[in-house]
Design a protein around this ligand. Structure first.
Ligand code: MNI
Length: 473
């Protein structure tokens, strides 16, 4: 065990140095100038949770999550977004047969979010390809058993779940999916078909804003650009095309491979054409998990120095990849950590500040109870709740060019879009704004101390507007 950890750390340090050097020799990339938009054309700043890891293993594919728990989250942190886990095994339990009852259950949850004004991104989740890689079905998740071909190769037993990615049987299951073996050209076709079935069900549902095509892709024997620019980009193109047959409007979110890119190395993902009328709606949804923190290092000392270097190179590479994808907006699909680690909440603050700088949405991993999440099993709020309950502009009547938040202050600069008539909407937490708000730079249309929502109109300049919101004096 110890050997593995030391070897991984050495590998990570090398990767970090390579990433850091690459960042020095190229220009600093500009923040993303594009945002996902709502049906009124406003730029969306998305803040929410992955909901939830429990969906990976429940028989009905639903997270252990109630409508009352959503009310609680909404009241405590003012989230407006969810990355909701769905799975291929549940959508297509038999080849070519789509489970309508499952999609109805997903739609019921989407309805809970819709009732509270949330935006939903459906995430086709997988880890280690499939539950069928081990007899007990409890190690991996994602693909149906009928699409899992280990070809008799072994899968071992390991303490760290990531180690299963190195087992011959798991690698072969991925090689068969990507058809690197040449034996299973039908599997990616099925995957695209499953997505078309999902998109057909949700095309007319305005609460669903995006489809995250595959969680943390892994290339089996193909890694890096050989995988990302090859079969991964091809799968995204095939799946985006299948979705566009039934849904012209939702955002299609593409993710890089997890290995390396989650630690700050560059992605080799190729561009994906969006065959819809009008502007492309392709978004980029990378994850970040700085390796020193995953290994229990916390955000202090040497570990903190390495984590900061990881964040810097991850941000620069993510911005470059998003630009190469055609100025794609960015959603940080996952970051998260054991918040009992030293410095954990400073890391959380740093990640949200980085996302704001980048113009990126965020879905924290995850909404499950426990040490990584906002609540204990018994519902007690944990330290994460206060850390995440911060001001943010939820929907902006133009393009944000710069925004920063502190617990009792929000500064937002944006370029107004004259064709947007809906107001700019800002969330402000009770702790920082107990007695009301003071606004400079725009007129208040409404302030609702219950929902904590501030709406603004009548911003003077046509070019650039800067709004500052502070507590009422
Ligand atoms: O840390 C990972 C991760 C590590 C290594 C690899 N490979 C070797 C391919 C892949 C992924 N993932 C982090 C989180 N993502 C899942 C859900 O998407 C969570 O359970 C993990 O904490």
């Amino acid at each position: 065990m110890r050997r593995v950890r030391i070897a991984s750390l050495a590998a990570a340090a090398t990767l970090l140095l390579v990433g850091g050097a690459a960042a020095v020799v190229r220009d600093d990339p500009e923040p993303s100038a594009t945002y996902l938009t709502d049906d009124q054309g406003r730029a969306l700043v998305l803040r929410g949770f992955n909901t939830a890891s429990s969906a990976k293993s429940t028989p009905d594919g639903m997270p252990e999550f109630t409508e009352a728990q959503l009310d609680r989250e909404h009241a405590d942190m003012g989230t407006n977004f969810v990355r909701f886990l769905i799975s291929w095994r549940s959508v297509e339990p038999e080849p070519g047969t789509y489970d309508r009852a499952y999609l109805d259950r997903v739609a019921e949850r989407v309805g809970w979010y819709a009732d509270r004004g949330y935006h939903v991104m459906l995430d086709m989740h997988q880890d280690l390809y499939s539950g069928a890689i081990t007899p007990d079905g409890k190690t991996g998740n994602g693909a149906p058993a009928w699409a899992t071909y280990l070809d008799g190769l072994p899968v071992g037993t390991h303490d760290m779940w990531e180690q299963y990615y190195l087992d011959p049987g798991v690698i072969r299951a991925f090689d068969n999916f990507w058809n690197t073996t040449g034996a299973h050209p039908e599997l990616t076709e099925h995957y695209a078909g499953a997505w078309r079935a999902v998109a057909e069900r949700f095309a007319g549902n305005p609460a669903v804003v995006a489809y995250d095509l595959m969680n943390e892709p892994y290339g089996g024997t193909l890694q890096g650009p050989d995988f990302e620019a090859g079969p991964l980009t091809a799968l995204y193109q095939r799946t985006a095309d299948a979705i566009r047959q039934v849904d012209a409007n939702k955002w299609v979110c593409v993710a890089p491979q997890a290995m390396g890119v989650n630690w700050g190395t560059p992605s080799g993902l190729g561009p994906v054409a969006d065959r819809r009328d009008g502007e492309a709606r392709i978004a980029y949804c990378p994850h970040i998990y700085p390796l020193p923190m995953d290994l229990g290092g916390g955000y202090e000392g040497t570990s903190r120095t390495l984590v900061d270097a990881t964040i810097d190179s991850w941000r620069d590479h993510a911005l470059r990849t998003a630009r190469a994808l055609g100025d794609a907006p960015i959603i940080l699909g996952e970051f998260g950590l054991d918040t009992t680690l030293p410095g954990a909440l400073e890391f959380v603050d740093r990640m949200y500040a980085t996302a704001a700088e980048m113009g990126a949405g965020v879905s924290y991993w995850s909404r499950d109870p426990g040490a990584w999440g906002p609540y204990e099993e018994d519902g007690t709020a944990r330290n994460l709740v206060a850390a995440l309950d911060t001001p943010y502009p939820r929907a902006v009547a133009g393009t944000p060019t710069d925004w920063t938040a502190a617990p009792d202050r929000l500064e937002l600069t944006f370029r107004p879009n004259p064709s947007v008539t809906a107001p700019t909407e800002i969330y402000l937490p009770r702790t920082g704004f107990p007695a009301g708000v003071h606004v400079d730079g725009a007129q208040v249309q409404d302030w609702n101390p219950q929902s904590r929502l501030l709406t603004l109109r009548g911003h003077g300049s046509p070019d650039s507007v800067t709004v500052t919101v502070t507590p009422a004096p």
